[in-house]
Design a protein around this ligand. Sequence first.
Ligand code: NCD
Ligand code: ZN
Length: 355
Amino acid sequence: MKFTLPKWYDLHVHFRQGAPMENYIQAHLDMGCCGVLAMPNTKPPVTHVSGKNTEQYWTIENYLSDLKQAGGEAFDDIIVPLYLTGETSAKMITEGAKDGILRACKYYPPHGTTNSEHGADLNIYMENGVFSAMEEAGLILNIHGEEHGLSGETYFGESSNAEDYFYKNHMPKLVKKFPSLKIVCEHITTKTAADFVNTASDDVVATITPQHLLYTVADLLQGLKYHLYCLPLLKFEKDRNALLEAATDKNNTKFFAGTDSAPHTTKATECGCAAGCYTGGIAPQLYADAFNLNEDNLETFKNFLCLNGPQFYGLDVSKETFTLEKKPSTPVIAGNAIPLHTGLGHDELNWTLNL
Ligand code: NCD
Ligand code: ZN
């Protein structure tokens, strides 16, 4: 079994900064990726559009040029969303959009995940003109949909969790107030979020990671496989089934690939664990596993991996191709981050990817 697919866009990836970037970018190119949405949670974060970097913040203009220099020139396109903070103004949005450098903005729940401490409460942007300027300019809002500041059972419990809370309490208000704002619900993990996206307008879509299609929290806990520790946390079988159903639906136009590949060179520490799964080099192979890719669902797989994302972002589908063959392969480990499946103790992937 061997399938030829157009090169695909990873519409949620962390490339970080400095020398390691080259390895991470190369690993993405090597897995048939033709373009990316590169996340702005660098240190310092990308909270300004143009001009020079400072000690407090980076600019999209500078980070884009860093990414290109580190090998990203080979991508057809790179989108860097603006990291929204309490300092982001409607004026920055409108001017950035006019320049064409600003194409998307990322909402991070304050303190919710890796390098997210610069984020501000969602309500601030609902009131201070930022979302309204984005809606007006046709920019895309990338949402990390988790309620911040929760603990104990409300953070992660049997009947609710931080994502569930966010999609029940904030998202309905957001889409009601800004009905034509283009929204990508990033790395959704719950049935609540999948249901929300399914019933929302065509302007509301979602990315899904390989790990959330393949695993549940039980896989993380049994043997404490900390390479599976990412945020939002893996959830339950009912949630995984809802994600799989959404992604593998024949008529799916709203759900697409965004790996959230997040390299951490030190995962487990004395007092906890860095959140993020690294899937550079192996993501299409993992997605193919999740789909149980075969002749019958090839078109659906192609929609999820290669077509729906670029369609929403207005990007051209690549004319170049790559192949996935049902034949074991050993992944190449580039750089210091351990790919997820290696971290889980698997030597081989079920698929071989060739460019
Ligand atoms: C991401 C990271 O490491 O930058 N971590 C993660 O668990 N997904 C940040 C993020 O997207 O939440
Ligand atoms: Zn992420």
